[in-house]
Design a binder for this molecule. Structure first.
Ligand code: KG4
Ligand code: ZN
Length: 333
């Protein structure tokens, strides 16, 4: 079965063609970073307009790159939420109309479940059960995953998402947007333990996160020490990144031990951070736990993961009709 996947929940317009839920025939991502860069974050109205301009060419390109004809598509999947409403509506309505016009099954996909599905697009997939972390600009959620449809939410952030903290610290340092990759690169030259920013672990046994304390502490440090040079900024970046990685790693390993899982999968934009992947893998290995992380092109928002999740939903008959709508938040957000 060939599925067309469409993603437009935030600032990437993406389309992909995936065969039988696992084989990526094409995956096109049109990023809007250039447009939002000067505002230091995503401007929702601009994002919606950019999606409208990009959606048709991006889908055309995905079909061409996959070397298929439109008639070969057997099903359609699009992100239904969570995300920016105006942005979601563009991809979802396009997909709905496409499916309706061609009389194809249509699945409305949960963006967070789709990030977990990026792990199933790898050759070396984690076996069930495993602990999954979806860590992006909007979410920091830990799940206990026991099947292709069973995602038990164990914890989530109570304030900022980890990626959001990266973006906000980068903004404070005046080093650009999105902050994650810039901070990771800058941090490489410095000793991560030079500044001890706080690690907020919350109550014993909780798998929730809080990153606002780390963020405020960085803001105070920048102000009090009058951080201005590139060298000083790199030091703050390294120690901030270390604090975030430490908290994420501790919680993940605690969750794996609590659920007696020997596998951890990470997904979402922040999982592209190789310093995080390496440090987590090393710590987990000492507890006999293996870490799985997708290739960089599947970490951030993409439509291959949407098509992969949509494929299982279509197989199960879990479909959307023309009456279904998008949603901005999940019940747990
Ligand atoms: O999954 P994603 O592309 O979009 C959302 O659903 O939010 O994640 C984007 C987030 C941004 O906050 C960005 O700063 C962060 O992922 N990010 C990173 C890295 N690459 C992207 N954070 C830390 N290190 C990175 N290398
Ligand atoms: Zn995402």
């Amino acid at each position: 079965m060939i599925v067309l996947g469409i993603e437009s929940s935030c600032d990437e317009t993406a389309a992909a063609i995936v065969q039988d839920g696992t084989k990526i025939l094409s995956s096109i991502v049109a990023s809007q970073i250039e447009v939002h860069h000067k505002y230091g974050g995503v401007v929702p109205e601009l994002a919606s307009r950019m999606h409208i301009e990009a959606i048709t060419p991006v889908v055309d390109e995905a079909v061409q790159k996959a070397a298929i004809n439109i008639e070969d598509i057997d099903g359609v999947a699009a992100t239904r939420g969570p995300g920016l409403i105006g942005a979601l509506l563009v991809g979802f309505c396009f997909a709905k109309s496409f499916a309706w016009a061609r009389q194809l099954p249509f699945a409305g996909v949960n963006h967070l479940e789709a990030h977990i599905y990026s792990l199933f697009l790898m050759d070396n997939k984690p076996k069930f059960p495993f602990i999954a972390l979806v860590v992006s600009g909007g979410h920091t959620n830990i799940y206990h995953v026991t099947s292709y449809d069973n995602f038990e939410l164990l914890g989530q952030t109570r304030d900022d998402a980890a990626g959001e903290a990266f973006d906000k610290v980068a903004k404070m340092l005046g080093i650009g947007y999105p902050g994650g990759p810039i901070i990771e690169t800058l941090a490489k030259t410095k000793n991560p333990d030079a500044i001890m920013f706080p690690r907020t672990l919350l109550e014993k046994g909780s798998f929730d996160f809080s990153f606002s304390g780390i963020k405020s502490s960085v803001a105070r440090y920048i102000h009090d020490k009058n951080i201005t040079t590139k060298d000083e900024k790199a030091q703050v970046a390294a120690s901030f990144q270390e604090a975030v990685i430490d908290v994420l790693s501790q919680k993940l390993i605690n969750a794996a031990q609590h659920k007696k899982c020997l596998r951890i999968g990470i997904a979402g934009g922040v999982s592209a951070n190789q310093t995080f992947v390496n440090k987590l893998s090393k710590r987990a290995k000492s507890k006999n736990i293996k870490v799985f992380s997708p290739p960089v092109e599947l970490c951030g928002d993409n439509a291959a993961m949407i098509a992969a999740r949509g494929y299982t939903m279509i197989q199960q008959g879990s479909l959307c009709t023309l009456d279904h709508d998008v949603f901005s938040r999940t019940k747990t957000d």
